[in-house]
Structures are given as C-alpha cells and as structure tokens.
Design a binder for this molecule. Structure first.
Ligand SMILES: C[S@@+](CC[C@H](N)C(=O)[O-])C[C@H]1O[C@@H](n2cnc3c(N)ncnc32)[C@H](O)[C@@H]1O
Length: 348
C-alpha cells in the first residue's frame, strides 16, 4: 500500500473531487489539515499501512458518537454548520486534545461499504451463468457485508428501503443472467469484524461519513438483515493464507474471489503473492473480480486500464476468468455508478 508519506498531499487527495462536493465539511477539515503540522504529525504516527486521513476522521467521528462534549454536537448536527466554520471548530478541539485521534491509531480504516454490492451484482450478472453454484470469497471483506450481492442487489426493493442500492449504469455490459446462485459465502480478513459485536459495529459506523446519513441507515439496515441472511464462514488470516484456506473448502461450487478497496491496503509483497494465488485459482475455474484504486495496487500487475472513467476518483474493475484477465471498466468507489469499457467484453 502506498499512501503518500507527504501528509499535505495525502490530505489533498483523500477525497475524489465529486466527493468533496458531496461532503463539504469533511472536505474543509481535510483542507485545514493540509497546512496543519499537528495533523501531519498525527498522520505520520499511524502505522505505515494505515497512513490514511480517513482513519483520523473516523477516530473523531467515533469519539463524537461516544459523547465527547464538543464533538458530539458538531457531528450530530453537522449538516447545519457552514463547512469552514465546522472544520475550524473541530480542528480547535483536536489542537486541545490530539489524543482523540492518537488513541485510535491502532485501528484500521475498515469501512465496509455495502454500496459496492451493487457493482458486484452487476458484474456477476455479466459474467456467470444462472445455473452454476457460486462460492463467494471476499478477501479483505471487513465485516462481510459484500457477501450478499444476490440478496441486496434485488431491484424489487422499495424506494423507502434503506437497503435499496441505486447504481447508474453509465455504459452497459452485455448481461448473461438476471440472477445467479450463491451456495457459500466466505469472509477472509486479517482483522475480521463480527456483525454481532457492538464495538465492531460502532467502529464501522464511525468509518462512515456523517454528512451521508443514508449510508449509516443502510449499514444499520444491513446489520439487522444479517440475522435473516445466510451464515458466512470467517477466516481470520492474511490475504494469501486466507484465500488458500477458503479455496481448499470450495469443492462443489465455483469460487468467486472478490476484493474491493482491500488489496490497496496489502503490502506490495502480499499484493504480489495474493495475485499469483488468485490467478492460479482462475486457471482451475475460479472467477476473480477486483474493484480497487488503480494507483494503489500496482504490485499485483493487473492489466492496464482502458478508456476514461466517467468521473475522477473512480475505482477500476478487473476480472479474470479461465482464458482472460482484463480491465472490465470503472465503478464509483461506493457503488453509485458503473461503467463497462472492456475492449474485449464478457464471453458470450
Ligand atoms: C477499507 S476495508 C474494505 C472492506 C471491504 N472490502 C469493502 O469493500 O467494503 C479494507 C479491509 O482490508 C483488510 N486488510 C488489510 N490488509 C489485509 C491483509 N494483508 N490481509 C487481509 N485483509 C487485510 C482490513 O482489515 C479491512 O477490513
């Protein structure tokens, strides 16, 4: 993972341009941190693989949700504040209490964005046949929320259902199936979170952006829905070891290896090792879908991206199946839109 070691640059590029418009108060705080030596020192104090400004924002959000006297009000009513005033007030609190963040630097940005299931659902429908049994293996899957694209991607959900995922198709792929069968679901993560553990749920809520209350509502709805959704298997292990173990259990179903905003957090060695293992599984019939930031997964040596993404800050989508590994297209980092650009296209 190569988060920038220059804090000002890391703060400047932490949000995609469109997201800066969507969450102006977080954007203003990140902008204030660009010229703050204190914020820079805090970021550098994080472990190398976690030098991510989002970890700092999540720490403050966590403290706010746990009743910090000033932060609680600033975060609860965030949408009522003018962005620069909000950022300045939060930064003043941080100057007085840097420990509000430093005490959380052992944690990880584990945001489990269910919106990405909309991307997985669409991509799967373009690649698999309706008759095969699939074994979904989500590597770096956090709490496993993206192991249910078949259930959550259902278009029949009402507009008022917080779990209704909306994904604009910017350039359509030929679809092979309306539905597909998932018979097994495995979460692999070096620090998996448990949907039944209240502390784990709290941390993931803090990782969400408070200016987007709909994502919080969706996360809570997904936590509740998990009681009725099929059980998952959890493998607590580093990516390669975990994938190896998950594949060993995949006897009758076709393995589908998923990773979204996960490989970006692996070390370069782990990215390389994981990619070798995934490619080997593909040669034996697995399907591998990666949704990652192209600049952060270079060690995996994925095929070059084709065409232009519809929006800056897009995630790239790659797929590998038996006789091809290719750049499939682009997706919004939280699954708001998807764009098929592959020059090859899915197999007929
Ligand atoms: C930003 S979260 C992404 C979660 C999920 N894939 C999603 O799209 O919502 C990154 C996850 O990768 C996991 N992770 C980081 N390094 C890892 C490694 N070397 N092996 C396995 N998991 C790892 C973290 O624990 C974290 O849960």
């Amino acid at each position: 993972m190569s988060w920038s070691f220059e804090p000002a640059v890391a703060f400047r590029h932490a949000l995609a341009p469109k997201d800066r418009e969507r969450i102006p108060r977080y954007a203003a705080l990140l902008a204030a941190w660009e010229s703050s030596p204190l914020a820079g020192e805090i970021l550098i104090a994080a472990p190398a693989t976690q030098r991510n400004p989002m970890l700092m924002l999540a720490a403050l959000h966590f403290e706010a949700r746990h009743g910090h006297p000033q932060l609680a009000e600033l975060f609860r009513n965030i949408l009522h504040f003018e962005p620069t005033a909000w950022a300045s007030d939060v930064h003043q609190v941080l100057i007085g209490e840097p420990d509000l963040i430093t005490r959380h630097l052992h944690r990880r940005t584990q945001t489990n964005e269910i919106g990405r299931s909309a991307s997985y659902h669409y991509i799967l429908r373009s690649l698999v046949s309706p008759t095969e049994d699939l074994h979904l293996i989500d590597v770096g899957g956090s709490m496993g929320m993206n192991l249910f694209p078949d259930l959550v991607g259902d278009d029949a959900r009402l507009d008022t259902d917080p779990l209704r995922l909306v994904c604009d198709v910017r350039a359509a792929a030929p679809l092979r199936a309306d539905r597909y069968r998932v018979s097994r679901r495995t979460l692999v993560d070096s620090a998996p979170l448990d949907v039944e553990n209240p502390d784990d749920r709290d941390w993931l809520r803090a990782c969400l952006w408070p200016e987007q209350p709909e994502r919080l509502a969706r996360f809570d709805a997904a936590c509740a829905a998990r009681e009725t959704w099929p059980d998952i298997e959890t493998i607590a292990a580093d990516a390669s070891e975990g994938l190896r173990r998950a594949l060993a259990t995949s006897v009758s179903a076709r393995p589908v290896i998923l990773n979204s905003w996960a490989m970006a957090y692996f070390s370069a060695d782990t990215q390389r090792e994981f990619a070798i293992l995934a490619r080997d599984a593909v040669r034996h019939g697995a399907l591998w879908i990666s949704i990652e930031h192209p600049l952060l997964v270079t060690a995996a040596d994925l095929p070059p991206c084709q065409g232009e993404p519809w929006e800056d800050g897009a995630s790239a989508v790659w797929v590998a199946e038996k006789d091809s590994e290719r750049h499939w297209g682009y997706a919004h980092p939280h699954g708001r839109w998807i764009q098929f650009v592959s020059p090859v296209g899915p197999k007929a």
